[in-house]
Design a protein around this ligand. Structure first.
Ligand code: GDP
Length: 299
């Protein structure tokens, strides 16, 4: 709805402003195609997406009259085509239990809030949920996750600031197995400025999990802040190096977000986009709807 449209406002305005100028042009010539391509690049969608749209417009339509509306429609269709394959809902396998979900991302991206939202979603589906406060570098993160756990009414495994995240995860899986937990959601540290430390931290967690259950973690969700625009792309690159990312959640698409980067990410990495965040409350996690996003961008 409106929240979503807002999240793509800056992308949409950048694109829309430039496309509007094309209304007077009668035919889709090279010059017009160049202008459309530039409009797409300038609006966070990135050069690869822009080139794809240009090819689509050019093939079979060259030298024919197209209205601005036609152009918008074709752009929307192409964006939707790029997004559709990555719109994958988050699924929880039946076995083994607990399913372990690592949530990763830089500090401030909305990781803690997204964990709470995911927990809420699983509770609504009648799953038993347990949280692990694995971001042991920040006392505030531990405290905040405890508050969410209490609000959700779910157990949480937590320790002291500076404690060992891997042993918390170990404890979580053991307790979760005894308690019949379906989903164990693990918060992790997000200090991107220290990549080797981050890698050590995550591989330690993975080693511990591997000893307990070969397939764990079953999901590794990377949380990205849509307001960071193209930065989100470099974050995906770094986190893909340090962890086996299985899917994305993009947050803050209710703000003045540069949501176009979502299309660039889909085109570049092809990683599943499970959901999007459109606010700070538990209800503000939405399924990722390619058509709605494509329309929000093209206006
Ligand atoms: P973390 O440091 O990655 O764990 O980030 P937090 O979960 O603490 O979120 C950082 C800030 O962003 C908090 O003020 C959250 O309320 C806010 N936030 C998280 N997700 C969203 C979202 O989808 N929309 C908006 N508007 N704010 C969000």
């Amino acid at each position: 709805g409106d929240k979503l449209r807002f999240g793509f406002k800056r992308t949409s305005e950048a694109l829309g402003g430039n496309l509007t100028g094309l209304i007077t042009k009668e035919k889709l010539d090279d010059e017009t195609l160049d202008e459309i391509e530039e409009a797409l690049i300038a609006s966070d969608l990135g050069p690869a997406v822009a080139a794809r749209v240009r090819d689509r417009l050019a093939s079979g339509r060259y030298d024919r009259h197209l209205s601005e509306l036609d152009i918008r429609e074709i752009v929307a269709e192409e964006l939707e085509d790029i997004l559709r394959p990555v719109a994958v809902p988050l699924e929880i396998d039946a076995f083994p239990r607990p399913q372990v979900m690592l949530v990763i991302g830089v500090n401030g991206s909305g990781k803690t809030t997204t964990i709470a939202k995911l927990g809420h979603l699983f509770l609504e589906d009648d799953y038993n949920v347990m949280l692990v406060a694995g971001d042991t570098f920040r006392a505030a993160a531990i405290g905040q996750l405890k508050v969410w756990a209490e609000r959700l009414g779910v157990p949480i495994i937590s320790g002291e600031e500076g404690g060992d995240a891997a042993s918390l995860v170990f404890e979580g899986v053991k307790r979760g197995t005894d308690d019949g937990t379906d989903v164990l959601i693990v918060d992790t540290a997000g200090r991107l400025q220290n990549k080797s430390h981050l890698m050590d931290e995550l591989s330690k967690i993975r080693r511990v999990l591997g000893r307990l259950n070969e397939e764990a973690p079953h999901n590794v969700i990377l949380v990205l802040d849509a307001t960071t625009g193209q930065n989100a792309l470099s974050q995906i690159e770094v986190f893909k190096e340090v962890a086996n990312v299985t899917g994305l959640v993009m947050t803050k698409l209710d703000g003045t977000a540069r949501g176009g980067v979502l299309v660039a990410a889909a085109e570049k990495f092809g990683l599943p986009i499970h959901a999007i965040g459109v606010g700070e409350t538990l209800e503000d996690l939405r399924p990722f709807d390619p058509r709605a996003v494509a329309r929000a961008i093209t206006g």
